[in-house]
Write a protein that binds this ligand. Structure first.
Ligand SMILES: Cc1cc2nc3c(=O)[nH]c(=O)nc-3n(C[C@H](O)[C@H](O)[C@H](O)COP(=O)(O)OP(=O)(O)OC[C@H]3O[C@@H](n4cnc5c(N)ncnc54)[C@H](O)[C@@H]3O)c2cc1C
Length: 352
């Protein structure tokens, strides 16, 4: 008899070699069973899913999500769509019916379960990456400023470095946040006193009804690591950012300082998903976890980082269940010792 973690790893291994792009026609092909798990699901092609044939982008079946998360864990997504354009996105939102959707950015703030996602994962990673030339203007205070439109899949660090070329200031503290602009907008990502909401002018998304809409900053609500939209769902495709003209040398120096600080303080050589817990009011999660003596606490290959206590690292073949066990142990230990209930920052998703 195989024990559960071993089974999970074998299933993941099977999926790793099974996640290649396949034409839709093979979806109706025969299903295969590996360790009791059906790898191809016949139910996917039916009259209600014919719309998938109209997708111009790529469609993958049973795509291993471990390949798409920075923590390198996560089982298969039933369908993994890489849309070609906005029309593809509109098609998905108009026709997915009751099939659950999950929007993937760079997967740097995710804990995807070992069983994976029963539904459609949309990945815009390979598209929606353009950064338009800044449009300079004088703001209400008479300062030189610029509006820049960037695609939601643009990587944050690339964006910050690109803006620095034009001596635009306002985002340099966010360099080194490893996700996409879209993910940063949803998470209201921030570092060192700056949050992405500080520079947003507008956000364009395909909403849950499949309509393309542009929302201005005043339509959105921002909290610590959370942005609320007027209606739920949808996918951000681009955003307009407003920045001021600054001093190039100072901007570059700030960028360099942040990158060195991250390298020194964060366990960047091992797969991780950034800060696991939100900082509680007036304290930091890292300090509380370290004070509770939990640095290095591990379950299997998932462990609290020695370098930064609010990071859980994957030391090799960690499973999502092991990561979850570490999270639960850390949460209950800190609660018992301090009375503080920590909330996860990392998004836990997938079938449990
Ligand atoms: C080493 C490391 C350091 C980090 N440091 C920081 C830090 O300093 N500050 C900080 O705030 N975070 C930090 N993070 C966490 C993470 O990088 C951010 O939360 C980031 O903004 C997530 O972006 P992503 O593209 O990876 O989103 P994902 O992790 O893929 O997704 C996050 C959420 O956004 C949604 N989403 C993603 N893209 C879109 C889109 N286009 N439209 C609609 N919804 C979308 C997803 O559905 C999900 O709900 C760090 C992570 C790591 C691994």
């Amino acid at each position: 008899m195989l024990n559960d973690p071993l089974k999970t790893r074998l299933i993941r291994f099977a999926h790793l070699h099974h996640g290649q792009s396949i034409p839709m026609v093979t979806l109706t092909g025969s299903s295969r069973t590996i360790l009791g798990r059906t790898i191809y699901k016949r139910t996917l092609m039916s009259p209600s899913t014919n719309w998938l044939n109209r997708i111009k982008g790529e469609i993958r079946h049973d795509e291993p999500m471990a390949n798409h998360t920075s923590l390198r864990v996560g089982g298969p997504a039933d369908l993994f769509i890489i849309p070609k354009d906005v029309a593809d996105l509109q098609l998905i939102f108009k026709h997915h019916g009751d099939r659950p959707l999950f929007i993937l950015g760079e997967g740097t703030n995710l804990l995807m379960s070992d069983k994976g996602f029963r539904g459609i994962v949309i990945s815009i990673k390979n598209r929606f990456k353009s950064i338009e030339k800044p449009l300079f203007f004088k703001n209400a205070q008479g300062e030189e400023a610029a509006v820049v439109t960037a695609g939601a899949a643009t990587k944050m660090s690339y964006l910050v470095k690109n803006l620095a070329k034009y001596s635009l200031t306002g985002m340099e503290n966010l360099v080194g946040i490893p996700g996409s602009l879209g993910g940063a907008l949803i998470m209201n990502a921030g570092a060192d006193g700056t949050e992405i909401c500080d520079v947003i002018r507008s956000v364009t998304r395909v909403n849950a009804e499949g309509e393309l809409e542009t929302l201005s900053k005043s339509d959105l609500k921002f909290e610590y690591r959370k942005t609320t939209f007027p209606t739920k769902g949808g996918i951000i495709v681009s955003a307009e950012l407003e920045l001021k003209k600054g001093d190039h040398a100072t901007i570059q120096e700030t960028i360099d300082r942040h990158l060195v600080r991250r390298k020194n303080k964060q366990p960047l050589s091992l797969p991780n998903s950034g800060s696991v817990f939100k900082n509680p009011e007036g304290d930091t999660a890292g300090r509380l976890i370290e004070a509770a003596g939990l640095k290095g606490f591990s379950v299997g290959d998932a462990g609290v980082s020695i370098k930064h206590a609010n990071f859980i690292v994957n030391k090799g073949a960690a499973t999502a269940s092991e990561v979850l066990e570490v999270i639960e142990h850390v949460r209950t230990t800190v609660l018992e010792k301090t009375g503080i209930e920590m909330e996860t920052e990392v998004i836990i998703v997938g079938e449990r």
